[in-house]
Design a protein around this ligand. Sequence first.
Ligand SMILES: Cc1cc2nc3c(=O)[nH]c(=O)nc-3n(C[C@H](O)[C@H](O)[C@H](O)COP(=O)(O)O)c2cc1C
Length: 177
Amino acid sequence: MKKSFPLSKVYGLLEPGPVVLVTTAQKGRSNVMTLSWLTMMDFMPPQVGMVISDRNYSFAALKATKQCVINIPTVELAAKVVSVGNSSGRRIDKFSAFGLTPRPARFVAPPLIDECYASLECRVTDAHMAKRYNFFVLKVLKAWVDPTRKQPRTLHHLGKGRFVVDGRIITLPSRKK
Ligand SMILES: Cc1cc2nc3c(=O)[nH]c(=O)nc-3n(C[C@H](O)[C@H](O)[C@H](O)COP(=O)(O)O)c2cc1C
């Protein structure tokens, strides 16, 4: 039998994912934040929606420059992902503080993170809902993936420092076009 569940914990049930590291750049300085509130919105061109609190330093940079890179870390980077998410670029350089290596992107100013298994160069296409919901719609301009990583195990946030780590992959019949 199910019991009443606090609304404040619902986000953990829906388990968005994977947890990503979003890089931004403004006035020649790059920053990185941890983010788990993101959603796919379209296949081609790929569109992604994400929520960035306006209390975060990254919010203003994304709003002003309309560029970011969504970097996808795997479980090996879990401790760094949490450290990045518990500090602000207002005060420190998180790349050097947490040993993350920035690499130039092709189409945007924010860097790719070398240690992450995939990186998506993005441009903001709609920021109308940023004022009310802190919600940005992004188009993926360019995607990079490390082909040597056959089974990357990504992180999914359940709240309060708890994560699900991707495990076994199962393949089921899927509708052909
Ligand atoms: C696992 C995890 C997930 C997070 N998800 C989000 C998120 O989806 N949106 C958000 O605004 N902040 C999120 N945060 C908090 C930001 O990462 C945190 O406030 C960060 O330090 C902001 O950095 P900045 O001030 O340099 O932009 C998350 C933190 C952690 C640890």
